[in-house]
Design a protein around this ligand. Structure first.
Ligand code: IPE
Ligand code: IPE
Ligand code: MG
Length: 240
């Protein structure tokens, strides 16, 4: 990415898929109905990525704070993740999508973690689009876990404190193989980051969209990418 350039396509797009609950409530339906509708959008948005030049798509599915919701909603979401993996695995593999999961797996049920591991392995040779799904993910939690692993490496003599810098630390993050997001979209009209990709989004462009996630179409996605391409990224410098 050239410094201070306008017109570049967004290679890595991160999305905070917000508004499923309100979408369902507006229809007098339970919140989980909205989550199911939301998962259908994921398929469409993902499908549009190759055409739109998006190589990396990272989506926020469940935050470390979402455990505060009712047991019913949490269980329903976990069941939905299972269903999504089982249903989509073959297509993802066939369509060249490489899937990765970020977040702390320790608190997730073993059967779900097994499905996640298997899907990562199944799609590990794919390279058309890189889909990263954040489950039990929190930016602060990720940095804290990274710091812990880093401390162990220092203790074991594998790393010197003086060598810890901006290049070393991200190697310990869950996202270590991914580029930083160019564009971060949040649907539902809320203008906050809710603990998503704190380190990685330092220089991302933000786009807060006033549409609830289950209503977010590939056309709206394309419009967001167009808005992005008109922005000037400066990275602290003065554009020529
Ligand atoms: C986002 O939709 C999906 C998850 C957090 C799992 P919400 O469930 O937060 O929907 P709203 O914000 O309550 O409408
Ligand atoms: C962020 O949405 C998490 C996901 C989209 C998975 P939330 O709905 O949980 O965020 P807040 O509570 O509005 O900040
Ligand atoms: Mg929400």
């Amino acid at each position: 990415m050239t410094k201070g350039s306008t017109g570049d396509a967004a290679r890595h797009v991160a999305i905070i898929m917000d508004g499923n609950g309100r979408w369902a409530q507006k229809r007098g339906r339970p919140r989980l109905f909205g989550h199911h509708a939301g998962s259908k959008r994921v398929r469409q948005i993902l499908q549009s990525c190759p055409r739109l030049g998006v190589k990396y798509l990272t989506i926020f599915a469940f935050s470390t704070e979402n455990w505060k919701r009712t047991q019913e909603e949490v269980a329903g979401l976990m069941a939905l993740f299972r269903k999504y993996i089982l249903k989509e695995a073959k297509n993802l593999k066939k369509n060249g999508v490489r899937v990765r999961f970020i977040g702390d797996r320790v608190r997730l049920e073993e059967s779900l973690v097994d499905l996640m591991d298997n899907l990562e392995m199944l799609t590990s040779d794919n390279d058309l689009v890189h889909l990263t799904i954040a489950i039990n993910y929190g930016g602060r939690d990720e940095v804290a876990r990274a710091a812990q692993r880093l401390a162990y490496d220092v203790k074991a003599g594998r790393l010197l404190p003086k060598d810890i810098d901006e290049q070393t630390l991200p190697k310990y993050l869950d996202t270590h193989v991914l580029p930083d997001p160019d564009l971060l979209i949040r649907t539902s009209g809320e203008a906050r980051i809710s603990n998503f990709l704190l380190w990685q989004s330092a220089y991302s462009e933000y786009d807060f969209v006033d549409t609830l996630w289950p209503d977010f179409t590939p056309e709206m996605f394309e419009e967001a990418l167009e808005r992005f391409s008109k922005r000037t990224r400066k990275f602290g410098s003065i554009p020529a």
